[in-house]
Design a protein around this ligand. Structure first.
Ligand code: SAH
Length: 203
C-alpha cells in the first residue's frame, strides 16, 4: 500500500470524543501515523508480523498496521471510551484487531499479553507526569524486540540514558504533532510540537 493511500485511509478515522488531558489523549495525525508505519513496514517490521500498539487510544496506529498486512495486531489502552472508538475504527476498515483494556504500568497485564515482533506507540510525553513515557518504554521492550515510539524532539539522549544496556536506539523519522485546542490549558488554537520517531532494538 502506498504511503498516500494509507494516509487517506487513516484520515477518515474517529478521534477522541472527550480527550482527557490527565492521560494526555491526542490522536496522532494521519500523515505522521502513516509515515511511521510505512517506514517500519519498509524495514520489515509490520508485514506478517505480530504488532502491539501501546496506549492505542482510538487505534490509528493499530489500524494502519493492520492495513499494511500485519499478521496480528493488539491494542492496549486504559480508557474504555477510547477502546470503543478504536473498535469502531477497526470495524470501519475491516481490520481484525484485538483490544485489551488495561494499564501499561501493570506488569501482570503486560506479562499476560505474550510476545510480539514489533511495538508501535505514541505514549504520553510527560506534559502532566514528567516520566509518563517510561513505563511505556519498559513495557514495549518487554513485549517486542523492535519498538517504534513517538517522542518529543531531542529525547534521544534521555532515552539512551534510560534504556542503556537494554536497547540500541536510532532516530527513524521526524515530524510535527499539531495539538488542537481540545484541552482546556491550550491557549492558542493549534500548538505544533516537534517530535521524533525513535526505533529501539532490544539487545
Ligand atoms: N496511540 C494513540 C493515542 C495517543 S495519546 C494515537 O496515536 O492516536 C496516548 C494514549 O495513551 C491515550 O489514549 C491514553 O489514554 C493512553 N494512556 C495513557 N496512560 C496510559 C496507561 N498507563 N496505560 C494505558 N494507556 C494509557
Amino acid at each position: 500500500m502506498r504511503l498516500r493511500t494509507l494516509e487517506i485511509a487513516l484520515e477518515g478515522l474517529e478521534g477522541f470524543g472527550r480527550p482527557d488531558a490527565r492521560i494526555e489523549q491526542y490522536v496522532t495525525p494521519a500523515p505522521l501515523a502513516a509515515r511511521l508505519l510505512h517506514h517500519a513496514h519498509l524495514l520489515g517490521d509490520i508485514g506478517g508480523k505480530a504488532v502491539c500498539d501501546l496506549g492505542c487510544g482510538t487505534g490509528i496506529l493499530a489500524c494502519g498496521a493492520a492495513l499494511l498486512g500485519a499478521g496480528r495486531v493488539t491494542g492496549v489502552e486504559l480508557d474504555p471510551d477510547a477502546i470503543a472508538a478504536a473498535k469502531r475504527n477497526a470495524a470501519r476498515l475491516g481490520a481484525g484487531i484485538s483490544f485489551v483494556q488495561g494499564d501499561v504500568r501493570d506488569p501482570g497485564l503486560i506479562g499476560g499479553l505474550g510476545s510480539f515482533d514489533t511495538v508501535v506507540m505514541n505514549p504520553p510525553f510527560g506534559a502532566q507526569d514528567p516520566h509518563a513515557d517510561r513505563p511505556f518504554v519498559d513495557a514495549a521492550l518487554a513485549l517486542a524486540p523492535v519498538v517504534y515510539g513517538i517522542f518529543n524532539a531531542g529525547s534521544l539522549p534521555f532515552l539512551e540514558a534510560y534504556t542503556r544496556e537494554r536497547a540500541a536506539l536510532e532516530f527513524a523519522i521526524g515530524g510535527f504533532l499539531p495539538l488542537k485546542r481540545s484541552l482546556p490549558f491550550h491557549r492558542r488554537g493549534v500548538v505544533e510540537i516537534e517530535v521524533e520517531v525513535v526505533r529501539m532494538r532490544r539487545r
